[in-house]
Design a protein around this ligand. Sequence first.
Ligand code: 5RP
Length: 239
Amino acid sequence: MQAGYFSQNGSVLNFFTSEDFKVTQDELKKQVAQAALAYVKDVPIIGVGTGSTVNHFIDFLADIRHDIEGAVSSSIVSTERLKKIGIRVFELGETGDLDVYVDGADEVTPHKAMLKGGGGALTREKIVAAASKKFICIVDDSKTVDVLGKFPLPVEVIPMARSYVAREMVKLGGQPVWREGFVTDNHCDILDVHNLNILDPIALEKTINNIPGVVTVGLFAMRGADVVLIGQGDKVITR
Ligand code: 5RP
């Protein structure tokens, strides 16, 4: 349906359609990143994830940088962004456990299990998440799923184990693809495993974790999110 702006004498100034009012995915990411600020009030040191949604969150942290002591970062890229806006970045070893960790996800279920690692930062993300009391997951609504696995599952591997782990992934019913040319912050490789229908994410997380050569699997089910904020239309839904 077409609608339009009209001037006072009734002549058409500009036409628009309902398409013009669609909120973009990036706007949803920004919206949900802003909503996460409510969860870091009075939190001195914030755990910070990685990705385009978290980049918006970091940008919002600039406004409250004088109220916080700093952050623990899950990747080199987030560390650089935090430092650029004047936020001190601590090592996890210096801080001990954190109150809150804020991060995005590639997929999240109604049970708050997540598939992560699209940006390749899964290992440090899992470490900071494990050391945090509360995981606030921030996503746009394209990331919500009933069953994980449509997004290829990232698995970080020690380079010498890449082919072996790939064969093990085939045995589990997946189709592993080496993320060629990409090296993680830990100097390791990533296999993106396609076509897995992950009905029991906790069991699969344990199984893949136990394969020699696997550094981290991008399933965050044993330690899922505590709160999921979903950007949808002009609202943020809290799960
Ligand atoms: C990085 C991640 C990200 O959280 C995930 O890929 C979502 O990214 P984005 O916010 O860019 O959609 O796990 O390793």
